[in-house]
Design a protein. Structure first.
Length: 307
C-alpha cells in the first residue's frame, strides 16, 4: 500500500543566525532534521516534519520555509509562550563552523509525547530523527513515543546523532543516550568524530565494526575526504569531491537527505539495497553535499537534486 509520505523527520526546527561579519548575522531556517526534510523534498520525496516552534516571527519563517519547499506542516506544534529555538553560527576561513545554541526554555525542547502526530508517522515509509531530541525532557519522551509508533507501523528508521558538546553535560551522557535508544535504527549516519566517540575505538575500521552491531547500514561522513559506508556484507569508501568551501553548515544533513531521496528513487526498500546501490548513492550524495558547501547556510545552499 502506497503511503502518503516517503519520509517523516522528527526533531528541531530552528533559526541559524549565520555570521555576516562585523557582528552582523543573517537569519536562515535550519535544524538538522528540518534541513534533511527540506533536502529530501527538494529531491522529489513526499516529506513531513514533526517538531515544535514558537508563535513568533521565527516560527513563521520555519513554517513558511517548509511550505515553500513542499514539506507538510501538519506535524508542526506551536508554543504560545516559548520562543523558537535559535543558534549562532560562526564560520572560519576554511568554511568550518562553530555553534552557540540558545535552546534552554525554547520551543523545540518543549514538544510533548501527546503533541506527536501519530497519524503522520503511520502514513509514512521512513522515519528520521536526530540526537538533539535526546538531550532534554519532554522532547526525549516525545521522540520515544514517535519511535515506538514508527516501529509498530513498520517504518525504516535513520538516526543522525549530531553531537553538539555544549548541549550535553559530558561525552558519556551523549554516548549512553545514543546507544540506549529503545528502537534501533536501520541506518546510522555519523561524522568521523562521532563514530570514534560512540564506539570508543581508536580507528575507523574498528568503529565501523562496532557500529554495524547497532545499525544495518552505517555511513561515516569524512568531510572533504568523502564517506565510509558499511553493511555486514561489505565495507567501502567513497572519495570526496573537490569544492571551493565557503560554509559547511548543514552539509551532513544535505548528504543524508540526498541519500534517502536516492533510496526512494531507486524503488528499493532500505534493507534491500545492494552494496553497489549504497556506493552509487553515497557517491552522488557526496557530490551534492560538496556543492552545498560552496554557498552560505544550509537550506539556502541546497543545490539541484536529481537521480
Amino acid at each position: 500500500m502506497k503511503k502518503k509520505y516517503d519520509i517523516v523527520a522528527f526533531g528541531e526546527a530552528l533559526i541559524d543566525f549565520i555570521s555576516a561579519g562585523e557582528g552582523l548575522y543573517k537569519a536562515n531556517a535550519g535544524g538538522a532534521p528540518f534541513n534533511l526534510a527540506v533536502c529530501a523534498a527538494r529531491g522529489g520525496c513526499k516529506c513531513a516534519f514533526l517538531g515544535k516552534v514558537g508563535k513568533d516571527c521565527f516560527g513563521e519563517l520555519l513554517v513558511s520555509t517548509a511550505k515553500a519547499n513542499g514539506v507538510d506542516i501538519e506535524g508542526f506544534a506551536v508554543d504560545e509562550k516559548l520562543p523558537t529555538t535559535h543558534a549562532f553560527v560562526t564560520v572560519n576561513t576554511e568554511g568550518e563552523n562553530g555553534f552557540a545554541f540558545c535552546r534552554a526554555g525554547c520551543a523545540d525542547v518543549a514538544i510533548t509525547a501527546d503533541e506527536v502526530n501519530a497519524d503522520i508517522i503511520k502514513n509514512a515509509s521512513h522515519f528520521h530523527f536526530g540526537g538533539l531530541s535526546l538531550t532534554d525532557e519532554p522532547c526525549k519522551s516525545a521522540l520515544y513515543r514517535a519511535l515506538e509508533t514508527a516501529k509498530e507501523a513498520g517504518l525504516s528508521i535513520s538516526f543522525d546523532p549530531n553531537y553538539r558538546p555544549f548541549l550535553w553535560s559530558d561525552r558519556d551522557c551523549f554516548v549512553k543516550a545514543c546507544l540506549s535508544i529503545p528502537v534501533k535504527p536501520n541506518l546510522l549516519k555519523v561524522s568521523e568524530n562521532e563514530a570514534l566517540l560512540l564506539s570508543g575505538a581508536g580507528d575507523l575500521s574498528s568503529a565501523m565494526s562496532f557500529l554495524l552491531d547497532y545499525a544495518e547500514l552505517v555511513l561515516i561522513t569524512l568531510g572533504e575526504k568523502g564517506v565510509m559506508y558499511g553493511t555486514k556484507k561489505q565495507i567501502g569508501n567513497i572519495d570526496g569531491c573537490p569544492a571551493k568551501t565557503v560554509d559547511t553548515t548543514g552539509a551532513g544533513d544535505i548528504f543524508l537527505g540526498s541519500f534517502l531521496a536516492g533510496v526512494f528513487h531507486s524503488g528499493k526498500p532500505l534493507n534491500k539495497l545492494e552494496v553497489e546501490d549504497i556506493a552509487r548513492l553515497a557517491d552522488k550524495s557526496c557530490r551534492i553535499a560538496a556543492a552545498s558547501t560552496e554557498k552560505e547556510g544550509a537550506i539556502p545552499s541546497i543545490p539541484e537534486i536529481s537521480f
